[in-house]
Design a protein around this ligand. Structure first.
Ligand code: CP
Length: 308
């Protein structure tokens, strides 16, 4: 006799544009609830294990996933790609199937986005994108949480991005139509992305002053992402976030950066020290967002996670 039980689809968290807006909103609501319970965290993940696989450095992502699992009663195992058989003799398929027999979820940080998609296609457990060259969805969930904490509803707000149209900017672009905010991306001309690679819902410009005008949120990131060292940075200098650039934004505008920061390059010290800077709240919110992302992923993977 065959097992006729139909299991719900595994909930991967890989790209924001693959996840319904209502789901993302409910994850943010849950993140706010879990943040409110940060000193008495519910033991939602008792008995659950998360594999954490890295082939790049991390401070915030590693801390937030590991602490999120442990505060909610779960366990983690951290591995670097070089310590595993992944990418060597062992196929992605075998890696996914073996991981699925040992742990309840996988968080993975790899350059190659397609490898993460492939791992998910073979996994019976949730796979969470902890940054690829294409996107950084967990970071943007923390950023949305932070913006709504500081400014209220994000709908109709203007978010202005300065610098490279990198994986974080691209993920903001995925979130913009879902959450109804305007995203303006100011990129230096030599690095202007091909229009066909840019979401049609965003405004692309090479004019940093126009981008900053009346913005609610000014956001930047390192000019040279991990793995792209050696890139020319001179073209980015007019896109540096300075007090003058902040002055073009709305009076209540906040400054955000996912960190790590190259102080004096993409942003000046005086902006970072100003009341507009919310960078450490943004970093802390990685923890609360991660808890809610994990809770959503685990809920329909054959694991009974009790929500409050
Ligand atoms: N923002 C971010 O992903 O930080 P880490 O690289 O330190 O994880």
């Amino acid at each position: 006799m065959t097992d006729q039980t139909v299991r719900p689809p595994v909930r991967h968290f890989i790209n924001l544009d693959q996840i319904p807006t209502e789901t993302l909103q409910s994850i943010l609501t849950n993140a706010r609830e879990l943040k409110a319970q940060k000193f008495s965290p519910p033991q939602l993940f008792a008995g659950l294990s998360l594999a954490m696989i890295f082939d790049k450095k991390s401070t915030r992502t590693r801390l937030s996933f590991e602490i999120a699992m442990k505060q909610l009663g779960g366990h983690t195992i951290v591995m670097t790609k070089d310590e595993m058989q992944l990418g060597g003799a062992e196929s992605i398929e075998d890696t996914a199937k073996v991981l699925s027999r040992f742990v309840d979820g996988v968080m993975i940080r790899l350059s190659n986005h397609e490898t993460v998609e492939e791992l998910a296609s073979y996994a019976d457990i949730p796979v969470i994108n902890a940054l690829t060259d294409a996107s950084h969805p967990c970071q943007i969930m923390a950023d949305l949480l932070t913006i709504e904490e500081k400014l209220g509803d994000i709908k109709g707000r203007k978010i202005a991005w300065f610098g490279d149209y990198n994986n974080v900017a691209k993920t903001f672009a995925q979130a913009a139509p879902k959450f109804g905010f305007d995203l303006t991306v100011a990129v230096p001309p030599p690095l202007t992305p091909d229009k066909k690679n840019v979401a049609t819902t965003i405004t692309l410009t090479d004019d940093p002053i126009a981008a900053a005008k009346d913005a609610d949120v000014i956001v930047t990131d390192t000019w040279v992402s991990m793995g792209q060292e050696g890139k020319q940075i001179d073209a980015f200098i007019p896109y540096r976030v300075t007090p003058d650039l902040m002055a073009k934004a709305k009076p209540h505008a906040i400054f955000m950066h996912c960190m790590p920061i190259h102080r004096g390059e993409e942003v000046t010290d005086d902006v970072l020290a100003s009341p507009a800077s919310v960078i450490y709240d943004e970093a802390e919110n990685r923890l609360h967002a991660q808890k809610a992302i994990l809770a959503w992923c685990f809920e329909h993977s054959g694991v009974n996670v009790q929500h409050k």
